[in-house]
Design a protein around this ligand. Structure first.
Ligand code: DON
Length: 618
């Protein structure tokens, strides 16, 4: 019910605020439609409890806040799918003004920073994939955070050599890495922006000045987060005088953020990376107890990277994504490569057989990921070997259709060095994914993150700082060998973010996809791809499929889905089962004969919105 009321209120405020022109054939298909009220009654939002964050097996990087029913949205010209209606509308506003997918992504991300502060923004990092329709070229932009120059390998170890409690590490100043998002957006805009930079900030500035309506998800996450209240700036902004989270439906203004955005809009990213803002960021990190070591010089020295996208084949399709330090694309290509020998199309979605094979492929692929993938500027990563078809055939032969192998050991892909040890510390690892296609057919798949929900819980100039340093391995050596993803000055922590493009047999872009979810992201994305490519589902059905898979520490099933009934059969095959809520946030666009189809994850508050007169949905 709360969802429906919030949606209605957002609608009223947006109608008042928005500059979307009438008569453009805009399809306003509300992703959280009226059926969410009925759904909420049968699935009370009280599924969400405050988070215990210390047990890897009980922790999702962002808590679940219930589900709503959503429908696929079709449109002929453009499509934007983001994690929040405000940001989707900002993207459409920019597309409607003649902006490119890249322009729209920047406007949407700035709005997300404001209205979904728990997940992403200026204080964090991003992986951004861009498809240029004219040249048919895919570019990969890396705005991953870097370790401060003063970082040492033992930063998350206690005096006795044991790892800190995860929640203590996340909330320490040591968690904060050098933010990379804005530099990456600036770099990508120089290449693929069509509208002037200054215009892209207008929607977020207006919302920050005039206020946005607090959503049920933001309210729940705020209410359940004691750590955020301990930061004075965050407490003053996010909570009332009694320490209660800003109410669902209330209007929240962020004048400090509006002011910062105005300066970035006029003067560029340097306003953030040099001068007073950089110094304020460093000071806020130093003021945290225990303090961190991020300096203004780290910010001044930060560089985004354009990298060669990693592409590989699955059946007739070509799948492209981020290279290292991204681990997602090599992981999904490895899973799919190992699964190719099975006829997944003959298996039913959600069947025990399908979950079994998917999980086994996950165990094998994650074992390699954990051992080999790290920042390629510091460690040789055998990218080609990890996705080599012959290697994957050999590795896939280890999958027994009748019996789980349990924990998988890393393989030795062609070109791999044996000098590095596996990373055995589980990642306990807020993140957001958006997908946009513009009128010219250019596309952006962008996943952005501040790591845990509300990041390090430090608010500066109205935005939150990341805790991305906890994405490193906390242990530098294992088995007498260095861990590839150990902490080193200036290094980027390995990421699971998996923004993805799929091309059809004629090399036409057919799918734009991605998700938040920490190290479960590759499983979420691989599930959605199999849903579309093998099971013939539409993009909405594919993102809504129950989440499952293995990160090589047991087999994960999404609680409260049909998978509940499969646990026993899977256990009988040797699987150790973990149940999770898995608020995945998969947001995708499929290019179909009927037009662009947008799908938004029922587990979050996202919305797909298109322009162009194709009428339909189910
Ligand atoms: O880059 C990564 O792999 C993680 N920092 C992503 C964290 C995440 O997806 C949190 N999601 N809800």
């Amino acid at each position: 019910m709360q969802n429906a009321l919030w949606q209605a209120r957002v609608q009223i405020v947006v109608n008042r605020e928005r500059s979307l022109k009438a008569g453009r054939g805009l399809l306003l298909a509300l992703a959280l439609g009226t059926d969410s009220a009925a759904y909420a009654q049968s699935n009370p939002v009280s599924r969400v409890a405050p988070l215990p964050r210390d047990d890897a097996h009980e922790v999702a990087p962002e808590a679940a806040t219930g589900k709503s029913q959503k429908s696929v949205v079709y449109a002929s010209r453009t499509m934007a799918v983001t994690a929040n209606p405000y940001s989707t509308r900002a993207a459409q506003e920019i597309l409607g003004a003649g902006g490119s997918a890249m322009d729209a992504a920047i406007a949407a991300e700035m709005v997300l920073n404001l209205v979904e502060p728990q997940s992403s923004g200026l204080g964090g990092g991003t992986f951004l994939l861009h498809y240029d329709a004219a040249t048919k070229r895919t570019s990969a932009f890396d705005g991953r955070e870097t370790a401060p120059a003063a970082a040492k390998a033992d930063r998350f170890l206690q005096a006795d050599g044991q790892a800190m409690r995860f929640i203590d590490a996340v909330q320490s100043g040591m968690a904060v890495g050098t933010p990379g998002l804005l530099r990456a957006l600036e770099m990508a805009h120089r290449k693929y922006g069509r509208l002037p930079w200054v215009k892209l900030f207008a929607p977020a500035i207006s919302l920050a000045e005039n206020g946005f309506v607090v959503s049920p998800r933001l309210n729940k996450l705020l209410e359940g987060d004691p750590a955020l209240r301990r930061n004075a700036a965050a407490r003053a902004y996010f909570y009332d005088a009694d320490g209660h989270a800003r109410a669902v439906g209330s209007l929240l203004k962020n004048p400090l953020f509006a002011d910062l955005l105005k300066r970035i809009a006029r003067q560029g990213a340097q306003v953030f990376y040099r001068g007073a803002v950089a110094r304020d960021i460093a000071a806020a990190v130093a003021a945290r107890v225990p303090p961190g070591d991020l300096t203004a010089a780290d910010l001044a020295n930060y560089q985004a990277r354009e990298r060669e996208a990693v592409c590989g084949k699955y059946r007739v399709y070509t799948i492209c994504g981020m290279p290292p330090p991204g681990s997602g694309t090599t992981t999904i290509l490895a899973m799919l490569g190992m699964l190719e020998r099975f006829d997944l199309r003959a298996l039913k979605p959600n069947s025990v057989e399908a979950v079994h094979l998917f999980a086994e492929a996950g165990s094998l692929a994650y074992a390699d990921r954990d051992r080999y993938v790290a920042d390629p500027d510091f460690v040789p990563v055998p990218v080609a070997g990890l996705i080599d078809p012959a290697y994957l055939r050999r590795r896939g032969a280890l999958i027994n259709p009748a019996r789980s192998m349990g924990h998988a050991r890393a393989g030795l892909p062609p070109g791999a060095s044996t000098a590095y040890a596996g990373d055995s510390l589980s990642e306990l690892h807020g993140t957001s994914h958006l997908s946009i296609i513009d009128a010219a057919g250019n596309a952006v798949a962008m996943t952005s993150t501040i790591e845990s929900q509300f990041g390090a819980r430090i608010l500066v100039h109205g935005f939150l700082l990341n805790n991305e340093m906890t994405d490193f391995s906390w242990i530098a050596q294992e088995e007498g060998r260095p861990v590839a993803n150990r902490i080193e000055p200036g290094k980027r922590p390995r990421s699971s973010m998996t923004p993805t493009f799929v091309f059809d047999a004629n090399n036409k872009l057919m799918l734009v996809m991605g998700a938040p979810g920490g190290n479960a992201i590759p499983n979420f994305v691989a599930k959605a791809l199999i849903g579309v490519l093998d099971w013939g589902l539409d993009v909405q059905q594919a993102v809504a499929l129950p989440n499952m898979g293995s990160r090589n520490r047991g087999t994960d099933l999404e609680r409260g889905t049909v998978l509940d009934g499969e646990a026993d059969a899977l256990r009988a095959m040797g699987h150790t089962i973990n149940f999770f809520d898995f608020p995945s946030g998969l947001h995708g666009i499929m290019v179909t004969p009927r037009g662009l189809a947008g799908g938004s994850d029922p587990r979050r508050e996202g919305e797909a919105l298109g322009e162009g007169s194709v009428i339909s949905g189910h």
